[in-house]
Design a protein around this ligand. Structure first.
Ligand SMILES: NC(=O)c1ccc[n+]([C@@H]2O[C@H](COP(=O)([O-])OP(=O)(O)OC[C@H]3O[C@@H](n4cnc5c(N)ncnc54)[C@H](O)[C@@H]3O)[C@@H](O)[C@H]2O)c1
Length: 463
């Protein structure tokens, strides 16, 4: 079958009767009236109007990024649980544990809140808390991913979050790498009480060095902001009082040395002093790593130097002086004071600390920041407050002091006040009863907890 090809290169020109060429009628006007008719007939204006209404509804109901200094964007979110925060003026009561509104300011944070593929709804910030099953970490809220190896932390500390779909718990040791898609890392994983960090000093150093390296590596990889919970212990036995962040500290990295001669060779006998340095020096190295990742890899970092903190869910009998005294007074045992009891410490209630940590994470400043309560108490004064709160007849028993125990510890919090707008609100006399009721419940209702951990007090431990 022959294929028929038709030439359509041009139309035949119309001719009049006399065979003359006639101009075609102007097509443009016809087209215009035809499209107008089509537009009207198919009810296009209705659809256009509908589209515009939908668009304006979308803009008014959904969070809309607006430019802020630094090239990032600012997003306002109302959290149903009233948990997260950023700007100080949005804070309502922290003591009552509730923020009702917060602002995520991603100014200058290239990765946080990065591009979300079309069709995927942007979720809230994804936050990981290493050591989140421990005392402090368990107060950081329920919209987090907790990573913990349960060395000193307990599932019971976070069990009340289990029903929350925004809460996740991962058993993991930070000494091993982990990959998680997150926007913020609160790095708390590390035993904080002398009893626990002296238990396996090499592991403590590893957790502080390798664990911090791993989490900084993660922050670099996924572009997350990283907050290190360092400690007042980086000041060692301070020669400056109170301690400001610019003070470099007085730490003994190896302990007191004494020569002891053996039969064949001269040996250096490292005595039991300096055993705190696995923690002190570990945290100092963790601070160094944090700053090196910031300078070298542009990781956004924050450093908090935490002073003695107390509150519900602290480990019972962990050697820290507040938990020791409270547990002893509740069990009708004498309160053990090490040394002459004139060493001073400052005690911060945990909700004050958590507020400071969150302000630091959300704020613009790297730190380090001292987060502690400047109210200074001698051990004997603390024992008296515990007697007043629990049992006026509780006896005090003096024991020899542990070595390397700092004589004085008091934070200068001027920097945190000025740059974070933060200062503690809860006094020892207000906070202690809140902790006592938690301890009471755990010691008397949960005997197994009390018996497994009993008899481990070793000093005025600071963490
Ligand atoms: N509480 C204080 O007074 C105080 C003072 C200064 C600094 N800090 C710091 O704050 C952080 C939290 O302290 P805390 O009082 O809640 O102590 P904690 O011992 O109650 O909590 C530490 C948590 O880290 C976990 N952990 C330890 N090693 C780990 C590892 N290798 N991998 C994963 N998880 C691990 C523990 O299981 C625990 O849940 C610590 O980094 C501590 O150094 C606390």
């Amino acid at each position: 079958m022959a294929m028929e090809l038709t030439y359509r290169g041009h139309d035949a020109q119309p001719l009049d009767d006399a065979g003359k060429y006639i101009h075609k009628p102007e097509k443009r006007l016809v087209c215009l009236s035809r499209s107008l008719r089509y537009f009207l007939h198919e009810q296009r204006p209705l659809f256009v109007l509908l589209g515009m209404t939908l668009a304006s509804l979308l803009f008014s109901f959904f969070p809309r990024p607006s430019p802020v200094a630094g090239g990032g964007f600012r997003m306002e979110i109302t959290d149903p649980k009233g948990w997260r925060l950023t700007e100080p003026h949005h804070l309502t009561s922290y003591g009552g544990q509730n923020y009702h509104r917060f602002v995520i300011d991603t100014a200058g944070r290239g990765s946080v809140g990065g591009k979300v593929p079309l069709g995927l709804k942007r979720k809230g910030l994804r936050i990981v808390v290493t050591g989140g099953a421990g005392f402090v970490g368990s107060h950081l809220g329920d919209s987090v991913i907790v990573v913990d190896n349960f060395f000193t932390g307990r599932k019971e500390n976070v069990m009340h979050h289990f029903g929350n779909p925004n809460f996740e718990l991962i058993r993991h040791d930070v000494v091993e790498p982990i990959l998680l898609e997150v926007d913020q890392i609160y790095h708390l994983a590390c035993p904080a009480s002398p009893v626990h960090y002296k238990f396996n000093p090499v592991k403590t150093i590893k957790t502080n060095v390798v664990g911090t390296l791993n989490m900084l590596g993660l922050a670099k990889r996924v572009g997350a902001r990283f907050l290190l919970t360092s400690t007042s212990e980086v000041y060692g036995d301070p020669l400056q009082h109170p301690q400001v962040e610019t003070y470099w500290g007085n730490v003994n990295p190896i302990g007191n040395q004494s020569s002891s001669v053996s039969n064949k060779e001269t040996m250096i006998n490292v005595s039991s002093t300096g055993v705190r340095s696995c923690y002190d020096e570990g945290k100092r190295t963790a601070e160094t790593l944090t700053m090196d990742y910031h300078r070298g890899a542009q990781v956004e970092v924050r450093i908090a130097r935490i002073f003695n903190t107390y509150g519900p869910r602290m480990c019972i009998d962990d050697g820290r002086v507040v938990s020791n005294f409270v547990a002893q007074a509740l069990r009708k045992e004498p309160l053990t004071v090490y040394g002459d009891g004139k060493q001073t410490r400052s005690f911060q209630y945990v909700s004050d600390l958590v507020e400071g940590l969150m302000r630091l994470m959300e704020g613009e400043h790297i730190g380090p920041f001292n987060l502690g309560n400047p109210g200074e108490f001698t051990m004997l004064e603390l024992a008296n407050v515990v007697q007043e709160t629990i049992d006026p007849n509780a006896k005090i028993e003096f024991r020899p002091n542990t070595e390397d125990d700092p004589h004085k510890r008091k934070p200068d919090i001027t920097r945190a006040k000025e740059l974070l707008g933060w200062e503690p609100k809860i006094s020892l006399r207000q906070g202690l009863p809140l902790m006592v009721s938690d301890f009471q419940k755990r010691i008397f209702d949960d005997q197994s907890d009390a018996t497994t951990a009993s008899g481990t007090g070793t000093g005025n431990g600071s963490g």
